[in-house]
Design a binder for this molecule. Sequence first.
Ligand SMILES: Cc1ncc(COP(=O)(O)O)c(C=O)c1O
Length: 400
Amino acid sequence: MDSPDCHDLATLAIHIGCAPDPVTGDVVPPIHVASTYVQDRPGQLRDGYEYGRCANPTTNAFAGAIAALEGARNGFAFPSGMSAEDTLIRLLARPGDQVVHSTDVYGGTHKLLSVIKPAEGIASESVDLTDVDVAACAIRRARPQIVWVETPSNPFLTVTDIAAIAELTHEVGGLLVVDNTFATPVLQRPLDLGADAVVHSTTKYVAGHSDVVGGAFVLRDDLTLPAHVTPFFDEADAAAEAVKLQMTLGHVPSPRDTYLAHRGLKTLALRVERHCENAQRVAEYLAEHPKVTSVHYPGLASDPGHGIARRQNPRGVGGVLSFQVATEEAAIRLSTRTRLFTLAASLGAPESLIEHPAIMTHSTRAGGVGGVPGTLLRLAVGLEDAGDLIADLEQALAQI
Ligand SMILES: Cc1ncc(COP(=O)(O)O)c(C=O)c1O
């Protein structure tokens, strides 16, 4: 993969994997749709391409680009964030292993880790990893093979100290996976802080326009499989094993989608900067509103994650925030009264969205101690004018 000579991530994001085509001069990479490739003699491939499930140039360009933005060589693109998560765990863990994960994680991740993986013999434990003392006790006791951190988390925007958790994880011989969907590499590069793998729902900020479902994971350079993990394909090198695992499972995205996700990278830094500015203004507005009982956004000085976020995410904490009102009925009513904020799941696009996590994205974690309350609403603050967004919330709050 070409690696342009540039120092800033915004520049890299525009140029990585996008060198003009040497024959046609295309300044953006074409969408390669072929499902199979000519061989000059049996087994003699051109540039390694054989069959669409094994490799695709459009997808490879995107996977290499997201790896470069995360500061690594090896990236893998998937048809969804969930398929990236599932494949990553299949790569790194075996029956009998244990995953310790953040208490606050996306509802689908929670289901995968707490129900599906245990049924496949991989146990899991939910731990408040935002508290380093609690994390240290749990990790030293459980000695997990994988520690799974989501930071900032969905939907409470909690912040976990990646470097501290990486140190604890490595002390017991485990691997640290960080879900970087909310921060994106613009705000946070987990591999630089000691993580071993980074996972993304590229559906969100990376693709960035509510028109792609996709995922990715990136591996730390030279990552080898843990000693107890017998490779399926005789590859001790995790990236080489991942290539064959993905090919065999067939978890490959459409090249049309990876083209769009790659295009999204070009404006990622610019978009994320504006998402952060808008979310900060909306959070500050909500924090002062008498009908709002709490706001969860680490950009607020009063937020428990503010201190770590200032150090870990100095460029901003992203475009998602959540807040609570007095009753579930009021939250549901509010979610149907906004005009600019569309009532829909997801995040990371130009258009602002509002959602009710306990009923929508986090129904698997609704209610109970440590669960997602019905009084909570999540905002994915988009790229509109912040004043217009605040006026929209003002009129909606007046109706509850
Ligand atoms: C933090 C996080 N990780 C992973 C996922 C799963 O991604 P996808 O919906 O692309 O499968 C989501 C989805 O909302 C998410 O918010």
